[in-house]
Each structure stands twice: as structure tokens, then as C-alpha cells.
Design a protein around this ligand. Structure first.
Ligand SMILES: NC(=O)c1ccc[n+]([C@@H]2O[C@H](COP(=O)([O-])OP(=O)(O)OC[C@H]3O[C@@H](n4cnc5c(N)ncnc54)[C@H](OP(=O)(O)O)[C@@H]3O)[C@@H](O)[C@H]2O)c1
Length: 305
């Protein structure tokens, strides 16, 4: 008989890594158009630290009666499909659960999601590596949509936080779109940034046609944009006030199975830098959060179930 519960990491009264608990919750069956995924790997992202610290609860964005789930990325195998879904049991998939106002999420042994939100993991791409792609790959791709199309005299893009997960995907994807890209990052990240074909800057001056602000510099990032240029941030609802005719928006990532499929293929071929710093079992999730909180980590901590 299959188990009627599974393990998942949640917070009840969020106050940092110590408040994370691993609990058992009832199994959910997939409905029409849904798949049940047995999760192998889920990465730890900055947003998860914010949830565990109570940052988003404090902003009134989370209203869970009992507990709040953690995790946005997952990779695993299809364990069951609901009516109308053609994914075979055993297929390796990855996906994104966007949004943090949930009772549990991808830090879990399993999850039910719309089949349109997952993509098949290409042969040869390890599930631990695949788990690092959905949130930040899709965020980079959707930042590009907000930046719009470059033109020959309007194509100088500065990516802040260029050595981070979002930044690392943006550098090659933006060049494909026709942007002339410079990555703003710390001195020790120069080789990584240049290795992705971008120019490198440790400090920037104003005058850029566009800024993609993955380092969350906000007003300081906006100051780098020329009059009438474009700024895309990563904090929707907390964009810096527009000034000097600059277009100011912020990405709010959403799931997109087909686009994720393209990103996974490019990660598998080595064109996109899907970086794993370390794997950590679900039971040691608090240790992973503590390590990420120290900063300076390149590549993701990935929880294994
Ligand atoms: N709105 C959305 O839909 C969405 C989706 C995904 C991500 N995000 C947000 O986007 C941001 C980036 O995510 P990520 O996963 O790429 O984070 P990450 O991997 O931690 O990367 C951030 C990078 O920025 C660098 N950085 C930070 N402050 C800097 C500064 N003042 N000068 C130079 N470099 C600086 C960091 O370097 P150090 O490590 O050395 O500090 C790091 O390399 C996060 O805030 C995340 O929450 C938003």
C-alpha cells in the first residue's frame, strides 16, 4: 500500500532557519490537467530565506492559517497523472511553483502541479542540476520580455548581480536577443562574467540604455540608466519611483512549461550556467538556509528528498 503522508518543510511562526520544521502532510491526488511529481531535488533561493524570516508575512503577503511552505523550484519524476495529461509515470520533469502564500511547496517529497507548468528534463541533465533552472532561468527570460527589443543605437544593457543565479542566466540570454551586455559583479566574479561572453564591471557609471537589476540595487541601479532608458527590477510592488522618462518595471516570475523546456535544453548543452554549490538532505534544510544567509555563495544549495 502506498503511503498516505509525505514530508515537507514549513514554518509556523517564521523567525529564520530555527523556525523551519519538517512535518508529515496528507498525500494529494492529481486532478484533471495535473501531475503528481515525486520530488528528487529542490533548490534553496533567496526568496525562501525571506519567507522563513517572516519578511513576506510582515508585508501582509502571506495568510496561511497553520503553516507556510517553502521552495519554488523542483525536479523529480512523474508519479501519477490526472485526466487529460499525457506525461507517463516515471518521466523526469522540472518545474516552478510561483508564489509563497501556500501551506506547503517544493521543499517536499512530492507535489501536485498543473502539467503545463512542468517540462521534461533532457537526457543527461541530472535532476539536482535541473532543479536549479526553473525559478531563475524563467526570471531571466521574463526580464528579457520586460526589457523589450534592443535596437542598434539602444542596446547597452547593464546586468547587476551578474554572478548570481538570475544574472548568470541573463548574461547569455540577453546577448542572444541582441543586447551588448556588461555584468556588474564583484572582482572575484570577473572570470565567470567574461566566460559567458559579457563585458565585466566592478563599478558602473550612469548612461546605460537599460539596467536589469538582479542585485536589487533599486534606486542606485536606476541611477545607472540614461534618460528615457529602461529599468527592470526584481521586486514587484517595490519598484523605485520612475524618473527622467525611464520606463520602470519589475519581474514577477510565472510558471511556463514550454519555455522552461528550452532553458533546460540549454542548461544540458552547457550554454546556460546551472550551478550547484552543494546538496543537502531535507532534514538539514535549516543548515542550508544558514549557509546561504552568510552570502557570497555561487551556485545553489539543493535539497534532496
Ligand atoms: N521578482 C521575481 O519574480 C524574482 C524571481 C527570482 C529572483 N528574484 C530576486 O532576484 C534577486 C537575485 O536572485 P538570485 O537568485 O540571482 O540571487 P543570488 O544568486 O544571491 O545573486 C545575487 C548576486 O548579486 C550580488 N550582489 C548583491 N549586492 C551587490 C552589490 N551591492 N554589488 C555587487 N554585487 C552584489 C551578490 O553577490 P554576493 O553574494 O557576493 O553578495 C550575488 O552574486 C534576489 O533578490 C531574488 O529574491 C526575484
Amino acid at each position: 500500500m502506498s503511503k498516505s503522508t509525505f514530508r515537507t518543510a514549513i514554518v509556523r511562526t517564521p523567525s529564520g532557519p530555527e523556525s523551519i520544521e519538517v512535518i508529515d502532510v496528507p498525500v494529494v491526488e492529481p486532478g484533471p490537467g495535473e501531475v503528481l511529481v515525486r520530488i528528487a531535488a529542490a533548490s534553496v533561493n533567496p526568496v525562501d530565506l525571506g519567507v522563513a524570516e517572516g519578511f513576506f508575512h510582515g508585508m501582509g503577503l502571506i495568510n496561511q492559517p497553520e503553516h507556510t511552505g517553502l521552495g519554488w523550484d523542483f525536479a523529480g519524476t512523474v508519479a501519477a497523472s490526472g485526466p487529460g495529461v499525457e506525461l507517463a509515470v516515471g518521466t523526469e520533469v522540472a518545474g516552478l511553483v510561483a508564489g509563497f502564500d501556500r501551506d506547503f511547496s517544493t521543499y517536499a517529497e512530492q507535489i501536485v502541479v498543473p502539467a503545463t507548468d512542468v517540462a521534461v528534463v533532457p537526457d543527461g541533465l541530472d535532476l539536482v542540476v535541473a532543479a536549479t533552472v526553473p525559478l531563475n532561468g524563467l526570471t531571466a527570460a521574463q526580464i528579457l520580455d520586460l526589457l523589450g527589443e534592443p535596437s542598434p543605437d539602444d542596446n547597452r544593457l547593464l546586468v547587476t548581480g551578474a554572478a548570481g543565479a538570475v544574472g548568470g542566466y541573463l548574461l547569455p540570454l540577453a546577448q542572444d536577443r541582441g543586447w551588448r551586455v556588461t555584468g556588474l559583479a564583484r572582482a572575484e566574479d570577473e572570470e565567470f562574467v567574461r566566460g559567458l561572453g559579457a563585458d565585466f564591471a566592478e563599478h558602473a557609471e550612469p548612461g546605460w540604455d537599460a539596467v536589469a537589476d538582479a542585485a536589487k540595487l533599486q534606486e542606485r541601479g536606476l541611477a545607472f540608466v540614461r534618460d528615457g532608458g529602461t529599468f527592470v527590477g526584481v521586486q514587484p510592488g517595490a519598484e523605485p519611483p520612475a524618473e527622467r522618462g525611464i520606463s520602470v518595471t519589475a519581474v514577477a516570475v510565472h510558471a511556463d512549461g514550454p519555455r522552461l523546456g528550452e532553458l533546460l535544453a540549454r542548461a544540458a548543452s552547457g550554454e546556460l550556467p546551472a550551478r550547484v554549490h552543494a546538496t543537502v538532505p531535507l532534514d538539514r534544510v535549516a543548515d542550508a538556509h544558514r549557509a546561504v544567509a552568510k552570502g557570497g555563495v555561487r551556485g545553489r544549495y539543493v535539497l534532496t528528498m
